[in-house]
Design a protein around this ligand. Structure first.
Ligand code: HEM
Length: 124
């Protein structure tokens, strides 16, 4: 694999860094009173799984996700544009805190924009 083919996941330090990012992201999302209600019926294991899948999808990690597509997985949750932006800013905050380089942050923002229509159900 050449340097250019190395995934952002690997560039950030692979599994140990991602585990740390998942833990930090998880704390931020659950501490956010506007976001926590989405996860009331989600147990800790499921929620960690969600954070891992989310990060792997945006960073190109090794987790081969073969589950429901994003639109199906989030159908019926009435996720608002504002709440989606909050999840995105917690994610960007964690990446920034952990010293992710600018080109990775920019690519993650692009992915967040690209999958947004599949996840956001309502603008307000
Ligand atoms: C880039 C953004 C996101 C990605 C890539 C993503 C990814 C996923 C995936 C792959 C699943 C299916 C998990 C499974 O079936 O095991 C899922 C479920 C779920 N997502 Fe997301 N998600 C994103 C954003 C959000 C946001 C913004 C919210 C709420 C504010 C959210 C809340 C949930 C909830 C509550 C579930 C169901 C969890 C459960 O109980 O199993 N997600 N998401």
């Amino acid at each position: 694999m050449t340097a250019a083919e190395t995934s952002f996941y690997d560039q950030l330090g692979g599994a140990p860094t991602i585990k740390e990012a998942v833990d930090r992201f998880y704390v931020r999302v659950l501490d956010d009173a506007e976001l926590a209600p989405y996860f009331v019926d989600t147990d800790v294991i499921q929620l960690k799984r969600h954070q891992v899948l989310l990060l792997s999808q945006v960073l190109g990690g090794p987790t081969a996700y073969e589950g429901r597509d994003l639109a199906t997985a989030h159908a019926g949750m009435a996720i608002t544009g504002e709440h989606y932006a909050k999840v995105g800013s917690h994610l960007m905050g964690v990446l920034g805190e952990m010293g992710a380089p600018a080109h990775i942050a920019a690519a993650v923002e692009d992915t967040l924009k690209a999958v947004r229509p599949d996840i956001v159900a309502t603008e307000s």
